[in-house]
Write a protein that binds this ligand. Structure first.
Ligand SMILES: Cc1cc2nc3c(=O)[nH]c(=O)nc-3n(C[C@H](O)[C@H](O)[C@H](O)COP(=O)(O)O)c2cc1C
Length: 204
């Protein structure tokens, strides 16, 4: 069964623009895949722990040497990775908070970046092990950043996903959302139009 994993990271729940844009995409995906399954991971509603020494030690200890506490830490990370590996499509809601990604999303990234599990180093460099996914990112920002050096968020997210093997990544940006009612309306309408075109069959 084809599966979409929706990852939410906004603090604002129902008022979130990144959630709203991702929801629009997910509704269209569901209409196009009536038998498809949608799995929602809400990192704001169910935050993950920050990565600590205990996690790093657990991840780097051989499976048969782990204490019960370490086994539990690894099992939690494994479950997140299995959820991601089980998805064909990922819809990621991406707010800009204080020039970066939400800390809850960073905690998620830290849980799924596992040497030997989601990436490995080879003689020719690193190799991502989460392959064959289509990733759609719905980025919402108060100001204007896209294409400028101070947009450090977009390249960070693209690089991180690519490092894990997710190279088919499409961004939709809604920017200027704090710059007045008219610019906000226009930015959201532009983002919605981009979303509406995402799943349209390509025309020759
Ligand atoms: C805690 C916080 C920090 C923010 N920091 C920034 C920022 O650094 N730059 C910016 O352009 N907008 C910033 N904003 C505005 C958000 O990017 C904007 O509200 C966007 O819609 C957030 O996505 P969301 O609605 O899905 O939560 C911030 C908003 C909050 C609540």
């Amino acid at each position: 069964m084809t599966t979409l994993l929706q990852i939410r990271s906004s603090l604002l729940a129902g008022d979130s623009q990144s959630n709203r844009l991702a929801d629009r995409f997910v509704a269209q995906w569901q209409a196009a895949h009536p038998g498809g399954r949608v799995v929602v991971r809400d990192l704001a509603q169910q935050p993950l722990p920050h990565l600590g020494l205990a996690h790093v030690a657990a991840f780097s200890t051989a499976a048969d040497q782990r204490t019960p506490e370490q086994q539990a830490l690894v099992a939690a990370s494994d479950a997140l990775i299995a959820e991601l590996q089980g998805a064909d499509v990922v819809a990621l809601g991406l707010p800009l908070y204080n020039f970066g990604i939400p800390s809850t999303l960073k905690a998620y990234f830290d849980q799924i970046a596992r040497a030997g599990v989601t990436f490995r180093y080879t003689a020719s460099g690193p190799e991502g092990l989460i392959q064959g996914k289509q990733v759609y990112v719905f980025a919402a920002r108060g100001g204007l950043y896209q294409g400028q050096p101070h947009d450090t968020q977009t390249p960070f997210v693209r690089n991180f996903l690519g490092f894990l093997g997710m190279t088919d990544v499409h961004f939709v940006h809604a920017e200027g959302l704090a710059m007045g009612e008219a610019p906000r309306r226009e930015a959201l309408a532009r983002a919605e139009a981009q979303i509406d075109a995402l799943l349209e069959p390509a025309t020759a």
